[in-house]
Design a protein around this ligand. Sequence first.
Ligand code: BEZ
Length: 188
Amino acid sequence: MTANTIEHNRQRQQFVGVDSVWLFGYGSLIYKVDFPFLERRPASITGWTRRFWQGSHDHRGTVDAPGRVVTLVEQPGAECRGMAYRVSPSVFEHLDEREKNGYLRFTTTLTFDTNERAEGLVYIATRDNSAFLGPADDQSIARQIAGATGPSGPNREYLLRLAEALRALGDEDAHVFAIEKHLHRHLA
Ligand code: BEZ
């Protein structure tokens, strides 16, 4: 099921008189940077953890064989590491279109590696969106990813590129790395 959020996002933040906005990326925004940015800094947010719980019917799968992509779920005390971009508000026109399947923009506090903080935005697909798939065991998620391909390419490529980008950021994401391990076993 698709869950088009373009109009909803357009109404959420108006950006009147704002020159630039911090955007926190924790998934494909870390490695697929198809938008202009003014500045880029590794950062993290607290209270959220990355999970392959969102269905992808439009990018990494199809309606008949949806893929799985990441969203954030609340977990007290958790830290999610990613990449922050300072962007012009006009960038959201492109990103709202790119991430239209269930993701809404939320305000969050970013912590940079220097411990400086800033307010920013993050796209999250919440449990109430119709493309939300929810939890499954790591092996089942890896199997679903191995069997899905969409207009943006194979779902496995999304997982492998994300895992590689997280390693480059020095992140230890047990969830992502466990699914990556199962994917390699499945493909062997
Ligand atoms: C992210 O990398 O932050 C992201 C990517 C796709 C959808 C939502 C968020």
